[in-house]
Write a protein that binds this ligand. Structure first.
Ligand code: RIB
Ligand code: CA
Length: 306
């Protein structure tokens, strides 16, 4: 059983990842932390609480940073995820409230309390994770691993020709996380672009899981439309679910040990770059994936939900 905290900007594929974690028998979800990216941090917190309530999960949510470490705030990615984060599904107020403690403090405390066992899975910009590393020098030592959805080594970008969106939205924070060494795993576009989910896949999920699967299907219309119109693809990438699956099934991914740097300015801002002469310890970057097995795990487990 993997003890997991997901750091998230929900977000349509974030919702898929969180519902997947709710369904997975090998995941003990200890909480969610929130971050800007697809939506503002306030909306991310509201959406995270709403997803947990829909899934019947009583776990804490800690609200995170509202702006990147150095850069000014970006506008939310409404064209990809809709104004409220879930495509055309309107906003709704959850019953619950976030913790008083902020995301970075919550992450540091949970890593101490579950020393050597906690897996942190950031599926949004990396600001909270960088803050946790800066606030507690033992944070990296205390976690079991940090499995990031983000980056691209050979695939090119998705928000610019060079950068993947999560890294682009706080490159300075991502560069801090790149200095975390062998416990840091990047699940980026090199693999997530190989895992596509179609309208028919969401239909089959909704047929077996009308409530939560139905909610994902409703969100998916907006996301699939974006993929078709902008990327010309008949299907959307399972970015965030792939990172959560890598937490429990690393054997489905081929990883390369690479010292990594992030470009923090200019045209290439947000690019993740191999830096063999940097003196940095290597992180792990996923370069290959058994895409059919990841996808079938995703489809099979989501149908366990109501
Ligand atoms: O590039 C894909 C990532 O950007 C995903 O985490 C998605 O939710 C968006 O935030
Ligand atoms: Ca995300």
């Amino acid at each position: 059983m993997v003890k997991l905290i997901i750091d998230t900007d929900p977000g349509i594929d974030d919702a898929m990842a969180i519902f997947y974690a709710a369904a997975a028998p090998d995941i003990d979800l200890l909480g969610l932390t929130t971050i800007f990216g697809n939506v503002t941090t306030a909306t991310a917190t509201r959406n995270a609480l709403r997803l947990l309530e829909a899934a019947g999960l009583d776990v804490p949510v800690a609200s995170g940073a509202t702006a990147p470490l150095v850069l000014p705030p970006f506008k939310p990615s409404s064209h990809v995820h809709g104004d409220e984060g879930f495509g055309d599904i309107p906003a709704a107020e959850p019953k619950g409230k976030p913790l008083e403690e902020d995301a970075a403090d919550f992450l540091c405390r949970m890593a101490r309390e579950h020393k050597g066992e906690l897996v942190v899975c950031p599926i949004g910009p990396l600001t909270n994770i960088a803050l946790a590393m800066q606030r507690d020098p033992e944070f990296i030592e205390n976690v079991k691993s940090i499995v990031v959805m983000g980056g691209s080594l050979e695939e090119g970008g998705n928000i610019t020709p060079h950068a993947e969106a999560n890294i682009y939205h706080d490159p300075h924070a991502a560069d801090v996380v790149c200095q975390g060494g062998e416990k840091v795993v990047f699940v980026g576009l090199d693999v997530t672009h190989r895992i596509l989910c179609t309208a028919e896949d969401f239909e089959s999920i909704a047929a077996k899981s009308p409530e939560l699967g139905g909610m994902l299907q409703e969100m998916s219309y907006f996301y699939l439309k974006f993929y078709l119109e902008v990327a010309g693809k008949n299907g959307c990438s399972l970015h965030d679910p792939a990172a959560v699956i890598a937490c429990t099934h690393p054997e489905l991914f081929g990883m390369r040990d690479v010292p990594l740097e992030v470009s923090c300015g200019g045209e290439t801002s947000g690019a993740t770059l191999a830096a063999p002469d940097s003196g940095r310890d290597p992180v792990k970057v996923c370069m290959t994936v058994e895409a059919d097995r990841v996808k079938s795990l995703f489809l099979k487990r989501l149908t366990l939900l109501p």
